[in-house]
Every structure is written in C-alpha cells, then in structure tokens.
Design a binder for this molecule. Structure first.
Ligand code: BYC
Length: 313
C-alpha cells in the first residue's frame, strides 16, 4: 500500500518544478510508465539506426558518407544514454532488450518504413529528427532527472541531424529536375508517417493524462504535432517542395496550419507489427544480438579475470 503522505510529497515536488531522482520515493505507476516510455525511446534509437545505416555505403560522396556515419553513431549513443537512464529505475538492460526482441516492447512506428532512395536520408533528418526534437525539447523539461538530462544532450545532436537532413533536401530541390523529383517523392512518403510518429490523437492517447499530471510529458501529442507542422510547412515552401496534403492551409485567425485527416488505421496497424518493415527490423536486431553474444561473453570473462587478479594482488 503506498503511503498517502509520500504520494502527496512526491506530487508537491513535481508541482514545484523539482526533479525526481533515482533514489527518491516514487509511485510504482510512475516508475512503470517511465520504464515503458524510456525503454521504447531507447529501442527507437537503435532500431532507427537501421534504415539510415542502409545508406552509409551508398552515400553520394565522402562528405555525405562521413556525416551519415557520424549521425548513425550518434543514434547508438542516444540508445546507450537512454538504456542507462532507464536502468536507474531498477530494471536490467538485458531484460529490456529481451522485451524488444520478443516483440513485447514497442519502438517508434516511423522506423518500419523503407529507405528507398538517397533522398530518404534527407527526409529522415529533416522530418523524423525534426519531429523528434519537437517532442524531446518538451520531454527535457519533465520531472524525472536522468531522462531530462539525457534529453538535453540528445536534442543538441538531433539539431545537427535535422540540419543535415534539410540541407540534403535543399541540395536536391535545387538540383536537376530528377533530383528535385527524388526529394518530392521522399517528402510524399515520409510526411504522414512523421506526423503519426508523434503519437495518436489526444482522444486516443490513454497514457497522456497520467504522464502529463506527473510532468513526464509536458505537452499533448496533438499540441506537439501542431508545432511540428507549423514549423515544417514554411521550410518545405522555402525549398520549393509541396507537402502532400491538399487540405493543408494557413489559418490567419489561429496563426496555425490546418491539415487533412490522418490515417490512424495505418498507424495502429504499423504499431501492431504490420508495417512494411517490422519483421525485417526485428530480425536485424535479433541477429545483431546473437552475433554480438561472443563479445559480451569475452568482456565478462575479461572483467572476471581482472577482478580475480585484483583480489590476489
Ligand atoms: N510508435 O498513450 P499514447 C529518433 C503507442 S527516435 C509506436 O499517446 P504515450 C531517431 C504507445 O507506446 C525518437 N508506438 O502513448 C532515432 C502506447 O502503447 P503502450 C523516438 C507508439 O507514451 C534514430 C499507445 O501507442 N522518440 O528520433 O503517452 C534515427 C498509445 O499512445 C507511437 C520517442 O520515443 C509511435 N510513434 O505517447 C533518427 C519519444 N506513439 O506503450 C531519429 C519518447 C504511440 O501503452 N516517447 N505509441 O502499449 C514519447 O514521447 C511518447 O511515448 C509518445 C507516445 C509521444 C511517442
């Protein structure tokens, strides 16, 4: 039974804007929600390396290759910060990875779409990292210390990712008609999945109320989506690309863009495991885990040997 006084003190701390730290008392529901969300976030980072990793060997020149390699390495780093931050809640990383590998834990819907052309790398940086920044700068102001601190660093790196993506799109849009068509095609395919990755509409978001009350989420899914749209549509206009939404228009009265209907059936289908690349992504992670087992075993054996030698000395 949770102590009402402890709960009151916990909620007062959050209300006053203080951070909750790993050794502080917290309700079990808060801990569970954080483990769910932070581990899904960590999984998204490492699964997110796959569609971009697909283009490292095919980047059009050395400069592009070096930048993409650095970006994909950053995503691995984000996964590491986030698994470490999740471990502060008393769970084991191996257990979290087992949940990913058995399909029990989710990862972001966006990474279940294929990267068909080089322009997709531009679209991912511009739209996917752009949407992630909108979401994560809000999360950085949240209540759980280790998650917020991880977010601050991640957002700085995502800003670089976002600019590299937009710069790829800008170069293609200013190139030959074929290059511009590649950029437009990538925008057409990634726009709606990027809009959806910010989560279901508020009326279909069962976790939001509790998470917002406890300041894990600082803004609702729809509010962040609107901010992302308002920021991104003028960027598309600036480079002469068209958002694939015939209903998209600027509303002078509200100062916001209004958009057409979102295909939520597609979103829920993808998160159920039926997206174009779900099976492929999961297999790639499971295979990587199996292939890396000997490295983990060797590292553990070496650490045990070192510890034994220290004891003897
Ligand atoms: N995909 O109640 P809701 C990156 C699930 S990686 C899959 O609104 P919540 C990058 C949700 O889990 C950045 N599932 O949930 C990496 C819930 O199911 P469960 C990734 C989704 O948690 C590499 C159900 O739908 N960012 O940028 O309040 C290369 C109901 O939803 C999705 C993060 O992970 C989705 N898109 O809000 C390039 C940010 N959306 O768990 C780039 C951290 C919802 O109850 N996460 N679901 O079975 C969050 O901010 C929140 O978890 C969400 C969802 C806004 C995503």
């Amino acid at each position: 039974m949770e102590d009402a006084k402890q709960l009151e003190a916990f909620e007062a701390k959050i209300a006053s804007g203080q951070k909750i730290e790993p050794k502080d008392w917290m309700p079990e529901a808060y801990r569970k929600q954080l483990v769910r969300m932070m581990s899904q976030h960590a999984h998204s980072e490492i699964v997110g390396m796959l569609p971009e990793g697909n283009w490292i060997t095919r980047a059009p020149n050395l400069r592009r290759k070096a930048i993409l390699l650095a970006k994909v390495q950053d995503e691995a780093g984000h996964g590491l910060y986030l698994y470490s931050a999740t471990e502060t809640l008393g769970v084991d990383r191996a257990e979290l990875l087992a949940q990913l590998h058995t399909g029990k834990a989710k990862y972001s819907s966006i990474f279940n779409y294929p990267t068909l052309t080089w322009a997709d790398i531009g679209a991912i940086g511009w739209l996917v990292d752009g949407a992630a920044i909108m979401n994560q700068t809000a999360l950085a102001r949240g209540s759980y210390g280790p998650y917020c601190r991880a977010m601050i660093r991640i957002c700085k790196e995502e800003s670089f990712h976002n600019r590299q993506g937009y710069e790829i799109m800008m170069s293609l849009a200013q190139g030959t008609p074929e290059q511009k068509a590649l950029a437009q095609d990538a925008l057409n395919r990634w726009w709606w999945p990027a809009i959806m990755m910010l989560g279901p509409s508020d009326d279909q978001s069962p976790n939001s109320d509790q998470l917002m009350r406890w300041k894990v989420k600082m803004e609702s899914n729809d509010a962040i989506r609107q901010r992302f749209i308002d920021r991104t549509v003028p960027q598309a206009d600036f480079i002469g690309l068209t958002i694939p939404d015939k209903d998209m228009k600027f509303d002078e009265k509200t100062g916001h863009y209004t958009h057409g209907p979102i295909n939520w059936d597609e979103f829920f289908d993808v998160i159920k495991g039926n997206g174009p690349c779900n099976a492929k992504r999961l297999k790639a992670r499971v295979d990587a885990d199996k292939k890396g087992a000997w490295v983990r075993e060797a590292a553990s054996a070496y650490a045990a040997k070192q510890a034994k030698e220290k004891q003897v000395a």
